[in-house]
Design a protein around this ligand. Structure first.
Ligand code: PYC
Length: 307
């Protein structure tokens, strides 16, 4: 396996040793990973082998032969449709392995095929799948907090986006923002406020002001209740769809989206064929380590620390 980070958010690329997920559409293989091999992906993500906020990227054979690889992303609590920071980390990792060079490549994910452009050893532009806003100004009653209003949008995962955040998006508020966004996610699930086919919200975004001149700064809660250290690629895609739908950002215009720790992506979009947006996300990743995970049968924590 190879670990990298994209704007501070770790990605663990699994090269081999994973359970056989068979063949067929990646969405079907992702479903098999989620339902039949939970112990595998949790043991790879949980401490002591993994770390909070880490996302795994399992390499699989693509269905589309024009793709350099297929990939299934997961965190400790969910198999993900797509992952933007993970795709930047995976691209830099494939370059590190000598499997791709500078230029444009295609990668297959359960949410669809994405295009990546490797500009140098660390800088990648992802052209992601069509993203869309599904509902505007949804009001939720968040127990212990009160009414919170936001948009529901799809960017490869399902997002509830609160803009502007009711609390300042600053590192000192990470604990308070985590608590609030867990409450928002639970309230959206209880209210059945999600995708068109009842897909539940799995990520929550609070948008705030950037003290560094970026367009805005975000805090993104992931399914494992950790926050994304990067500005979240799929979250940025969902946010672009909302900005476009509100007429707040023109096609081709570029903005900088900052994360709560101050890392950033450059974002823009072009109109999608189905009324949404095709997002472009540019960021940087760095390889941190190459290692082999060991699961000793005598190790009481071989399945990870579950508390
Ligand atoms: O960058 O899309 C993303 C992402 C999803 C979860 C963590 N990062």
């Amino acid at each position: 396996m190879i670990d990298s980070h994209t704007g501070g958010e770790p990605t663990r690329v699994i090269l081999d040793g994973a359970p056989d997920l068979g063949t067929g559409p990646l969405s079907e293989r992702a479903r098999r990973l989620a339902t039949e091999h939970e112990g595998f992906y949790r043991s790879v993500m949980l401490e002591p082998r993994g770390q909070p906020a880490m996302v795994g990227a399992l390499l699989v054979e693509p269905v589309d032969p024009t793709c350099v690889t297929g990939v299934i992303y997961f965190d400790v609590d969910a198999v993900l449709g797509m992952c933007g920071h993970g795709t930047i980390g995976l691209t830099v990792t494939l370059a590190h392995l000598g499997r791709i060079g500078v230029g444009v490549h295609r990668i297959e994910t359960p949410a669809g095929v994405v295009t990546v452009e490797l500009h140098d050893g660390n800088t990648v532009t992802v052209t992601s799948i069509e993203s869309r806003r599904v509902q505007r100004d949804v009001s939720l009653d968040v127990p212990g907090y009160g009414a919170v209003t936001g948009d529901i949008a799809y960017g490869g995962n399902w997002f509830f986006i609160v803009d502007p955040s009711p609390i300042p998006v600053i590192p000192d508020n990470i604990g308070a923002m985590t608590e609030l966004t867990i409450g928002i996610r639970n309230a959206s699930i209880a209210a059945r406020a999600g995708g068109e086919r009842g897909e539940p919200v799995d990520h929550v975004i609070l948008q705030g002001d950037s003290p560094n001149g970026a367009h805005s700064r975000n805090f993104v809660l992931c399914p494992d209740n950790n926050y994304d250290r990067s500005p979240c690629g799929t979250g940025s895609s969902a946010r672009l769809a909302c900005l476009a739908a509100d007429g707040r950002l023109a096609a081709g215009e570029e903005i900088v989206q900052e994360s709560v720790i101050g890392s950033s992506y450059r974002l823009s979009y072009r109109p999608g064929p189905n009324g949404g947006v095709i997002p472009r996300i540019t960021g940087q990743a760095f390889v941190m380590s190459e290692a082999k995970l060991k699961f000793d049968s005598q190790d009481p924590f071989r399945a990870g620390i579950e508390i």
